[in-house]
Every structure is written in C-alpha cells, then in structure tokens.
Design a protein around this ligand. Structure first.
Ligand SMILES: [Zn+2]
Ligand SMILES: [Zn+2]
Length: 389
C-alpha cells in the first residue's frame, strides 16, 4: 500500500512547471538532467549521469533483497513555439514541452519521492531511467541501454506512462501486445534529364515519374500488406524543379513507412525499392531509394499489462483502466527497453475540458495537472506490487 507524502500533489505540479518553463531539445537536455540528478540524490539514491548522453539513472535499494524494476521517463521537448498563456510558459523561444515529457519527469520524480519515503519496506530495487531524445530517432533509449542502464543490477521489468489528451483524467489506457508501430523513413531520388518545358520529348521528366511513384506507393498498403494488419506509407515531402517552364534534372520524395507485423516490417524496404525503381525504369529514368530503420514495434507483454490493470483497478477502481484494442501508428523508443525485458507502456488520461484537449505536438498542448499525482501514484503502485510478488 502506498504511503502518500502529504505534499505530493504540489511536488509533482511544481516540478512539471519547472520543466515546462525550461524545455530543452533532444540530446540537449543538460539543465534538465542536472536538475533530475540533483533531486534523485536528495532523495537518497545512487545516481549515474551521462548515461547515453544526458541520460540519468537513479537506483533505490529497498530494505530487503528482491527483483529490480525500472520506471522510465523521457526528457526532451520539441521545436514548437508555445501559444499557451500560463504563468509557466516556455522561457526558451521556439522550444516547448508539447508532448508532455515535462509531466513524465515530474511523475517519475513523484514516484521516486513516494518510494524512497518507504524504502525499508521495499523488497528489491527500483531504477529510475530518465532518457534523452525520444523525439529524435535513433532516440536516447538505445544509448542508455548500451551504457548499461539495464544492468548492474539487471532489470527484470520496465514500465512507463505517456500523458494522453485523448483520454480524460482518471483513465489509464492499456494495450496488450503491439501498441506502437515500427516507424521507418525513406528517401527516393529520381534522376532525369532536364530541359525546356515545351520540349518534353528531349527530356526525361522526373516530375511525372515522381507522381506515378507516389500513387504506386499507395498500392503497397492495399496490395502487399496483409489486409488484417495496419500499415501506412506517407510521402511527406516532394522536392523538384524551380520554374514553370523548366523540366528539372531530379525529383526527391521523402516519406515514412509504418508497420506492425514483422513480415511487413521486414519486406517494406524491398517493396518500396521495387516500386520506385520499376516505375522509374518504365519511364526511362533511374530511381535510388534510401531506407532508414527507425524505432521498432513497441510490444507490451500481455501478462504485464494484465498485472498493471489489476494493480490500477485495486487501488483506483475498476473504471480507471481502459483497454486500447488497436495499436497506434506512431513510434516510441520505449520499444527498445521493452525489447530487453518484459513490461508495459501505459497511457495516462490528461484531458479535462477544451483547454487540455489539444493533440500532442500542438502549440497549445497542455495537461490537466491533476493527472500528475495520479500518474506518480500509479507508477508507485506498479513498483510495489511487482516487487512484492
Ligand atoms: Zn512526441
Ligand atoms: Zn512523447
């Protein structure tokens, strides 16, 4: 059972506002990680800094021997110009905590405070992972894992929360199995032969070929991927030409491919290459395809999800947990931690009225701060339940 320090509600709100005022971009979380490390030390933990860049690991040793559980928060903000009008808006122009990572850190510090206040009753260890660069692939999780964040003591399970404005405060979204997509990037360069727009027969037009390729790529989802599995191929950027009367030398298409099932993830680069190169060739041109792997599928261990659901329901009522039955096509590098050990990534409702209903990455993104102490409590509850098993 959690003992709640009396001031925990203010503690998490103050920390959230501090981080919100002082956002830092991916891999530049220097002040943020310094503040986190200092606070963890104050709470009596062994602290490692510069883990995978600006990452911080705090270790809380309980009074009795047992397993090791890790709780994770991400620390980076986004290049977004804040449009909120609170007393604690971003002091760094053009940088904003528009994905709720300020709240993630505050909740994890809140859990650290609650757990450290009753460390003697804890069986085992709790690791607090504060990771850099979630918003910028290849992300900060891999670097932390490489620097030994999951070893010494070896982590047995890992959990994290993400604030979610699509759920009302008080609800926690749980998804068994795959929850977030493998998200890769591609770049297609179509090499043609430029010339006068009025003499297409003397040229090899990369623009018409690019148009065919964009439409062709859509058939990957409709014709190659098994229809029962979700997938996305989006061309987000087209670059070609300079003027209405010039056929350019080349066209460049930049996009993202999202998949859930392992076969589609594996085949996607080949499917894109076949289509782009084949269509270009049919037009007498050449296409070159660059393909970059991003975050893998985020997989929640079904047993761990059931365990979390039980822990949350017993403490916060049967109506608090809600099942998410469909995966989302966004990417998350929490996936790397979950590849190493079983665990779960949960969504914490943070909407209370219109002001807190803006989506992630929006210049008016904001959260119902009441969700923060709930989130800290849930992380604490999960830790205590897991370690007492
Ligand atoms: Zn984000
Ligand atoms: Zn995020």
């Amino acid at each position: 059972m959690i003992k709640r320090p009396a001031n925990i509600d203010n503690y998490v709100i103050e920390w959230r506002r501090h981080f919100h005022k002082n956002p830092e971009l991916s891999f530049g979380e220097f002040q943020t990680s310094r503040a986190v490390a200092a606070e963890l030390k104050k709470l009596g933990m062994a602290v490692k800094t510069r883990v995978g860049g600006t990452g911080v690991v705090g270790l809380l040793r309980g009074g009795r021997k047992g397993r090791t559980l890790a709780l994770r928060a991400d620390m980076d903000a986004l290049p977004v110009k804040e449009e909120n009008k609170t007393s604690y808006i971003s002091k760094n122009p053009g940088v904003m905590h528009a994905c709720g990572h300020d709240g993630h850190m505050a909740m994890l510090l809140g859990a650290a405070k609650m757990l450290s206040s009753q460390r003697n009753q804890i069986r085992g260890q709790v690791k607090f992972l504060f990771q850099p660069g979630e918003e910028t692939p290849p992300g900060g999780a891999l670097g932390m894992i490489r620097d030994g964040a999951m070893e010494g003591p070896k982590v047995d399970a890992v959990f994290a929360l993400h604030l979610d404005s699509s759920l009302p405060t008080g609800k926690v979204g749980l998804c068994r199995g795959p929850m977030m997509a493998a998200s890769d990037n591609f770049e297609i360069t179509i090499a043609g032969k430029g010339g006068h727009a009025a003499r297409p027969h003397d040229c090899l037009d990369p623009v018409t070929a690019a148009a065919q390729i964009i439409m062709g790529l859509q058939t990957i989802v409709s014709r190659k991927v098994d229809p029962v599995h979700p997938a996305v191929v989006t061309v987000g950027k087209i670059r070609a030409g300079s003027k209405h009367n010039i056929i350019p030398q080349e066209a460049i298409l930049i996009g993202t491919a999202r998949t859930i099932d392992p076969y589609s993830t594996k085949m996607m680069p080949l499917w894109i290459r076949q289509l782009a190169e084949g269509i270009a060739r049919a037009n007498g041109l050449k296409a070159r395809v660059g393909y970059e792997r991003g975050y893998p599928v985020l997989f929640n261990d079904p047993d761990m999800v059931d365990f979390c659901e039980k822990a949350i329901a017993s403490r916060y009522g049967k109506k608090a947990p809600v099942r998410i039955t469909q995966p989302m096509m966004g990417g998350e590098d929490m996936a790397y931690f979950l590849q190493k050990v079983p665990g779960a990534f949960l969504r914490l409702g943070s909407r209370q009225g219109r002001e807190t209903a803006f989506p992630w990455h929006h210049p008016k993104f904001s959260i119902d701060e009441k969700s923060l102490s709930l989130g800290a409590g849930i992380l604490t509850e999960i830790a205590l339940n897991f370690l007492s098993q």
